[in-house]
Design a protein around this ligand. Sequence first.
Ligand SMILES: NC(=O)c1ccc[n+]([C@@H]2O[C@H](COP(=O)([O-])OP(=O)(O)OC[C@H]3O[C@@H](n4cnc5c(N)ncnc54)[C@H](O)[C@@H]3O)[C@@H](O)[C@H]2O)c1
Length: 438
Amino acid sequence: MTEIIGVVGAGYVGATTAAGFAHLGYRVGVVDTDPRKVHGISTGHSGLAEPGLDEMIDAAVRAEMLTASEHYETLAEATIVFVCVPTPMRSDGAADLTFIDAAIGGLRPTLGPGNIVVLKSTVPVGTGDAVDEAVRDLGVHVVNNPEFLREGHTVRDFLNPDRVVVGGEAEPAGRVAALYRDVGAPTSCVDRCSAELAKYACNSFLALKLSFVDELASLAERIGADIDEVTDIMGRDSRIGREFLRPGPGWGGSCFPKDIRALASIAEAVGLPMRTVTAAIDANEAQSERIVDIVVDTVGVDGHVAVWGLTFKAGTADLRESPALKIVGALRKEGMRVSAHDPTVTDRFALSARLPVEFTPESARMPSFDILADPSSIVPGTDAIVVTTEWEVYRSVDWSAVAHRSPRAFVFDTRGVVDARAVRAAGLRFRRIGVAES
Ligand SMILES: NC(=O)c1ccc[n+]([C@@H]2O[C@H](COP(=O)([O-])OP(=O)(O)OC[C@H]3O[C@@H](n4cnc5c(N)ncnc54)[C@H](O)[C@@H]3O)[C@@H](O)[C@H]2O)c1
């Protein structure tokens, strides 16, 4: 049977899933409630800074393998529909399933016996069962297929995943697994509950690993060790692995913060609080506060700070839950003047428009908050430069130009990307997270 694929939601996961399956030879229809997304996909643009994604969308649209619409009825022929809508965090930390409910409500009239609804959004344990209940009368199957792609690498990760996880009854799960045959990844066919939990477990474990390294970096600084040497030794241990061993300003993004809180909330609800998980959440809050304290202690609250990097990591334009934004907000709250640079942000007003809802935009609109066109064009007399995102551009800064403008600047690298020797050679003070200041 040749499946026809529907995708609901055309964001990072949905646009990549739609283009990816079209690339693998399936006819795909995607529905999004945002007309700009629909227009974008229809004209070959995802609106996302994802390498290779627009090219893949454009090729699929031209080959008439991919269409986009605001209307669910365009998915009437689809045999398997992937739900890729947001599952943001509620104020109590649990996952907000409003978008999932809306998507299922919208899909219902298009679904028929034998169709499969695939939950690709990250959803709490039990969501698959609830959706199953909602569509059982239609003879529709529900399968959980959590997505593990990384922003900045969505196409590569979709086409070369470490594993494919499919949770559900054998026949529908087998049909979903078969869609991925050509990507050649190991496939785990499990029960829905395990698939749902596995996604939260992976993201929470990575966040936990990062928080451990962040705290270890503070300890290394305090006792005179070098975090790079320590993590290099750790990473050579195959049981530990090299990934996610770099300290930083705290973890953020659209997934880790909400997923780890959702896991904490799932465990809390069944009376089994996960202390390691809640400790990582607390440690992460403390990490961005610690960065702010170091800056304030070093240059005083009257200082002018340049924050380099606003996205939660390099290679994405995503500002959601970015630790850099928390740091900007906290420094401004201290009364400090802040300017910022990010390769994906052109000016203050463009930033305001892109700020995530959880960020109070006031500090971005304030007149004393400036966006720098390039990192070395810092405001003369800048007292501190804090590198908060690991963008490549910060590896090759003209430090003599920076020193010329701001000879007293204290450079604080929270990502380990700055050339310390070049900074010191320019006569500037330098501090790297996880290394005692020399
Ligand atoms: N971004 C990631 O790196 C990533 C990785 C793995 C899993 N996930 C999970 O995938 C899900 C989607 O994340 P994302 O980052 O792609 O979100 P996103 O915000 O980039 O995109 C979601 C899209 O869904 C659309 N939408 C919302 N409600 C809709 C509805 N009722 N009908 C149709 N379209 C609707 C929005 O307009 C938006 O275009 C979340 O559960 C997330 O946790 C995300």
